[in-house]
Write a protein that binds this ligand. Structure first.
Ligand code: R5P
Length: 260
């Protein structure tokens, strides 16, 4: 692996503990002004000190984020559908050129594949094209294993999607937590982070993050469970404590509650 790729990965994954807290704010690329991100600038300002990485879209970065921030960027580079297009949702392709990603000085790019849907081939071939281009410049690719309607978030499916992503060349995989998640981690040769998914009660989300770390995930790439929380700063601090300070879910929940 080239020095540049290693250097970028060291910004995404903290070399001190091999863990990471990624703040996902890329939802606008298919959800528009989703709750909590109506003013993305204001939302992320108090959260950034507790995140290792920010995951925006290019428009989110250019329109809402100061170029003076000191946080590595993992740029969303796949898209092409909206939440209104239920039948074709997440039938994604390349939406950012590698030239523009480099212009934005990103440390990684993120691309969603959707295994199991009729259009899986489209997403996979675009994904590998991005990998070839990104690797040419030493930029790691985070694979997002989207889960289409009717496909269960179970270990069998998520192991398949995560292992495929790794075999196709991803440097990191973002998937979802599930029962027997340790099996997903064991069969994936690259680091795994978990997405938070739809908003759930904070204590449950913290338990999920804790369980994922116990099962071998290196961290979280959470969005809605942070920026739709009643206390986003408390929530990202709590998630950070679980990921980087070995906090238990109860200890983390106290951090969440005490940061009103
Ligand atoms: C979908 O918007 C993106 O893939 C998000 O980056 C990912 O789902 C993580 O965000 P959340 O924790 O809200 O699911």
């Amino acid at each position: 692996m080239d020095w540049g790729m290693k250097n970028r990965l060291s910004k995404i994954i903290n070399p001190k503990d091999g863990h990471t807290v990624m703040l996902a704010v890329d939802h606008g690329y298919f959800m528009g002004p989703t709750t909590g991100l109506e003013n993305l600038s204001e939302m992320i300002k108090p959260l950034l000190p507790y995140a290792d990485v920010l995951m925006p879209t290019r428009g989110g970065l250019r329109n809402y984020v100061s170029p003076e921030i000191d946080i590595p960027i993992c740029l969303r580079v796949s898209g092409g559908t909206s939440i209104l297009n239920k039948d074709n949702l997440l039938h994604e392709g390349i939406i950012v050129s590698m030239e523009d990603a480099i212009r934005l000085n990103v440390s990684a790019v993120a691309f969603s594949i959707l295994v199991g849907q009729p259009f899986e081939r489209d997403t996979i071939l675009s994904f590998t094209k991005i990998i070839d281009e990104a690797n040419r410049y030493g930029i790691p690719v985070l694979a997002v294993t989207a889960v289409g309607r009717g496909l269960g978030k179970d270990a069998k499916y998520l192991s398949l999607a995560s292992r495929m992503a790794a075999e196709l060349g991803a440097s990191i995989v973002k998937t979802y937590y599930c029962k027997d998640f340790d099996k997903v981690v064991e069969t994936c040769p690259v680091p795994i982070v978990i997405a938070g998914g739809k908003k759930i009660p904070e204590r449950e989300a913290l338990q999920m993050a804790y369980n994922a770390l116990q099962d071998g995930a290196i961290g979280v790439d959470m969005g809605r469970n942070i920026f739709q929380s009643s206390n986003p700063v408390g929530m990202i601090k709590a998630a950070n404590a679980i990921v980087h300070k070995n906090a238990t879910p109860d200890e983390a929940f106290e951090i969440f509650k005490n940061n009103k």
